[in-house]
Design a protein around this ligand. Sequence first.
Ligand SMILES: O=C(O)C1=C[C@@H](OP(=O)(O)O)[C@@H](O)[C@H](O)C1
Ligand SMILES: C=C(OP(=O)(O)O)C(=O)O
Length: 652
Amino acid sequence: MRLPGSKSISNRLLLLAGLSAGQTTLVDLLDSDDTQVMLDALRTLGCAIERDGDTTRITGLGGRAAVASAELFLGNAGTAMRPLTAALAVLACEHGGDYTLRGVPRMHERPIGDLVDALRGLGAEVDCLGQEGYPPLHLRGGRLDLGQPVKVRGDVSSQFLTALLLALPLACAERDVTIEVVGELISKPYIEITLNLLARFGIAVQREGWQRFVIPRGSRYQTPGTLPVEADASSASYFIALGAIAGVDAPVRIEGVGAGSIQGDIRFVEAAEAMGAVVSAEPNALEVRRGAWPLKAIDLDCNHIPDAAMTLAVMALYADGPCTLRNIASWRVKETDRIAAMACELRKVGATVEEGADFIRVHPLAQFRAASIHTYDDHRMAMCLSLAAFNGLQQAEPVPVRIEDPKCVAKTFPDYFEALFSVVRSEPRHIPVITIDGPTASGKGTLAAGVAARLGWHTLDSGSLYRVSALAARRAGVAPDDEAGLARVAAGLNLRFEGTSVFLDGADVTDVLREEAVGTMASQISVWPALRAALYELQCSFRRLPGLVADGRDMGTVIFPAAPLKIFLTASAAARAERRHRQLLERGISANLDSLRADLEARDERDRHRATAPLKPAEDALELDNSGMTVVESVELVLDWWLQRRPFDLLG
Ligand SMILES: O=C(O)C1=C[C@@H](OP(=O)(O)O)[C@@H](O)[C@H](O)C1
Ligand SMILES: C=C(OP(=O)(O)O)C(=O)O
């Protein structure tokens, strides 16, 4: 698999390109919430930005913002909030300016006081608009005094030092600028990324260990032209973990990041190896397979890999003893209090967890419990805890893990779950299905699409398979009563689904399938057992992770008889005829209400009395009459039923 670009590299490069003169082209930039807020901020400040496939072209400001005042929203991106604070504070001092920087509520709880103190020490006027030491911030100029070294603490976040290193080349025209770190510096490898990327923009920072950094007088941001962005090493950790726990012959191959990475989180590989993973590293790719099983317990200082270390906490469930992750106090001030959150959610799956101010100890788990995992709007909580779903490798009968609010992964890895499901398999019987059966025009398709969208599941519109078969048969000259011929046509269908569009033999037939004539023929041919049998496997193949909402007439009775939730949807013939009438009018097709109703009743009659798979509710189906309900109400009701079917919260 190929991973998305590195967040830490992307946002640094965007800022450096934005501050340089001329155009910089970035290839494979991360496209996620965190980079989006940085791009928006740069645009607001006057940068021209063009995106074209995997390239992004930024025309920089040449060391001076095009607007003297701006309000910036930076979401929950530390890599945008901290560096932009420093850069705009310096710009406001040098050229005048008035800037306000805000984020989501959690960003307003993430400390920035050490950076504010450093900037005030330099002469910048910085106000904390809410609580002292936290965003939102108001920057309103000031007079820079660079005669003394700039002092900054680095024991809460390394991003404060990174911010000063990225911003202070703006102020070194006349003299060297010296930055001194006060006390301990955490997350050191992130400073290496900063220095490395500054060097690519022509700024060679001199350093004495982790204590003193000097930006030489006269340094200027110079765009290197085109730069590729490595894949994200922290995002790689979930797939490295997957390789380490997967009991299959083939390795997990991860492309875009490898032994040549400039990201500190590549050292997660060493931690995974210590737990037993077998990793072969190429400069720009990794292959990972299971070595020891169960994994081997570790006791590790994780200060150098604060983000990827979270992945170790979940791998610990599969270890041969308790795993201790130390020196991770910074977890408490990230997207959420990650030590507390991790402990709470791992306990839900049954683990024993000890925690302290700066460590977490996770005991392995023999018997997992089904759990609904709260994710705290923290992308890493969602991605890490998804690894608890592989408990089938550990126990005979796997239990499901529900990840709440999975879209929070958009902070750094919007397609995480799609990527995950592209490399894992599950036995079909473990993939949940909700079936929605009912008569024609009862609103099955709309309800199924609504429920699937809310759950992030796939859909199967089984009626469309009968309509496609009808269309294909008509085109092939096969008569509606030629049972064997119809079955042959159905077995050989060359179909592709893209969103709500259906392609037959490469051509989009979505609109043709909605024609009444095709619908009528579909209803006629669907009585043939051989045709239904031919379509059986095809329908089963729609059962893919993370789940399926299937609508039709025999979804709960024939195709998915063991589905954990079955709905039988009805509405009065009058209500259905009215809806169909409205739909047709909206498409500019005139129709007669009475004949529509008569037609619906005739079709109901045929469906109910046919010998094969007659339309009837499954014995265990819940009946839903939506005659007087809105679509939103029906979707909510079905979701509610689904939550009741899954007893996670009672167990959790
Ligand atoms: O500079 C960076 O790109 C980052 C530094 C780290 O933060 P801390 O220095 O606050 O630990 C890390 O957790 C964050 O995801 C990205
Ligand atoms: C801590 C993180 O983000 P941020 O860059 O917002 O600090 C993270 O991605 O885990």
